[in-house]
Structure formats: structure tokens, C-alpha cells
Ligand binder design. Structure first.
Ligand SMILES: O=C(O)CCC(=O)C(=O)O
Length: 261
């Protein structure tokens, strides 16, 4: 599975402009490296323009869904389309969308853990369901930014079969060391690939750290970007997941009765 991670800057509160930029970057990634999967960051259409989310977010994220579907089919790629603001009667969720190369929506996962330090709980509603999806027969799961601080959430997905975690983020630069350490830990402890896409640039409140990464189930960093906009390419082989899980039998050796409530 060849993956192209689009580590992009985001225009604050301007979905039209961001879709235009994303289309150009997706076309470039496809032309330069013919990937199977292309990935975008968290809230890539709006950024963290939380105060205006109601105004700039459509019901059911309809326009964005149509755009993502069209891009996936046009380029014949699986598109892990980051996350987008997604309005329903209940409020606005931060929802990760994945479309396969036939244009089918295979994942719609809303961020389960809202990040109080950036006031998310004041403007967003939390998701209540898991991030599982299957891509070309590979068991995958979506995670969004702050979710990676919850090892029990990712462990639950791994126990249920996840081989590849796709993590989308707007992770601020002052905590890049946490980002790198948490991603690497989640890969090692779950013996799963972690494919992580962060944004770069700034908004009125934060500067974002980049360092998108692809990490193997052994914890090796297979590819890593720096703080600049980039298209990061890596190829992963799901066979490695079982090799590592058979070598160190973490899943067989768990004692959940000792440590779950
Ligand atoms: O946990 C962190 O330090 C960053 C999380 C975050 O920025 C987010 O979830 O949007």
C-alpha cells in the first residue's frame, strides 16, 4: 500500500480556497508518485475557525463529501480525506471521511475526545462510535489528533483487529515532541502501522508543527516530514503486522481482567 500524506497549510475559515488547494495537491501527489492512498489533515476545509463553524459548515458536510468522492474516482485513489466540520441537528462534529477508489464512503468517524485546551467542547459535539474501516481488505481505523493521548481507545481498535491507524491532526508546534513520542508508542504497543498527517502554518491562535510520519509495527519511522509543507510518501506491507505480533505475543499475553474496570 503506497501512501501519499499531504502536509499542507490551511486557509482559515475558507472551504472553497482549501478545496481548490487540496485538489491541486492531490493531483500533484498522484502525478509524482502514483499512490494507492492519499491523506489530508484534520479540519482541512475550515481550520480551527470554531467561532464561525456554524456559518461555514454545511449540513452533513455535503459539498465536501461530493468533492472528496469526485477526487477519489477521478484519480482512482483511496482518499483519507482528513476530517471536516460536519453539521447535524445535534451540532457540529469533527468527522473523518474516507472514500475508496470507486467513490464509496467507507469511513465517517467523528472525533471521540474533544480537546479543551483549544475550546473544542464549546463548539463541537463528540463522536460516539469507533473508527474502524476496511481498505483493500486491510483492517484500518481513523483517529483524530487528541485521540492519540488515549491509549485505551487505540488499544480497543487494535484488539478488534486494526492493522493500520490513520491519524489526522492539527497538532501545535510547541508539543511536537509529544506528537512524535505518542505516535511511536501507539505503533509499538499496538504492533500496528501508524500513518499520521499533520498540518503546517499558523492560525490566529496556534502554529502547527508538521512532522507527519509513517511508523511500522516495530516502531521504526519509515518516513517523516519536517515543519514545511510537503507530500510525504511511504509504502507499507501489512504482512509485517502479523510478523511482529507473532514475535512478541502482546495480544495473547494481555491480562485485561487485572487492569480494566
Ligand atoms: O493533545 C495535544 O497536545 C493536541 C491536540 C489537538 O490539538 C487537537 O486535538 O486538536
Amino acid at each position: 500500500m503506497k501512501i501519499a500524506i499531504i502536509q499542507m497549510d490551511i486557509v482559515f475559515g475558507d472551504p472553497r480556497e482549501n478545496m481548490k488547494n487540496a485538489a491541486a495537491l492531490i493531483a500533484r501527489a498522484v502525478e509524482e508518485s502514483a499512490p494507492d492512498v492519499v491523506m489530508l489533515p484534520e479540519l482541512w476545509t475550515t481550520g480551527y475557525d470554531l467561532e464561525r463553524l456554524d456559518e461555514i459548515t454545511e449540513f452533513g458536510a455535503e459539498d465536501v463529501r461530493a468533492f472528496v468522492k469526485q477526487q477519489a474516482v477521478k484519480h482512482g485513489i483511496h482518499l483519507v480525506a482528513g476530517s471536516v466540520a460536519n453539521r447535524s441537528e445535534a451540532g457540529v462534529a469533527n468527522t473523518m471521511l474516507v472514500y475508496d477508489k470507486t467513490g464509496e464512503e467507507i469511513c465517517s468517524y467523528s472525533k471521540a475526545h474533544l480537546f479543551r485546551l483549544m475550546n473544542e467542547e464549546k463548539y463541537l459535539i463528540a463522536g460516539e462510535s469507533s473508527g474502524h474501516f476496511s481498505m483493500d481488505g486491510v483492517a484500518c481505523a481513523g483517529m483524530i489528533c487528541y485521540d492519540i493521548r488515549f491509549p485505551e481507545w487505540m488499544r480497543k481498535h487494535a484488539v478488534e483487529g486494526t492493522e493500520v491507524f490513520f491519524v489526522v491532526a492539527e497538532w501545535p508546534a510547541p508539543r511536537t515532541d509529544h506528537w512524535r513520542a505518542l505516535l511511536q508508542s501507539r505503533a509499538i504497543e499496538n504492533q500496528a502501522f501508524v500513518v499520521a498527517c499533520n498540518r503546517v502554518g499558523s492560525d490566529p491562535a496556534n502554529t502547527f508543527g508538521g512532522h507527519s510520519m509513517v511508523i511500522s509495527p516495530w516502531g521504526e519511522i519509515l518516513a517523516e516530514a519536517d515543519e514545511d509543507a510537503a507530500i510525504l510518501i511511504a509504502t507499507i506491507d501489512r504482512k509485517q503486522v502479523n510478523e511482529i505480533r507473532n514475535k512478541i505475543t502482546v495480544f495473547e499475553d494481555r491480562r485485561p481482567s487485572l487492569y480494566t474496570k
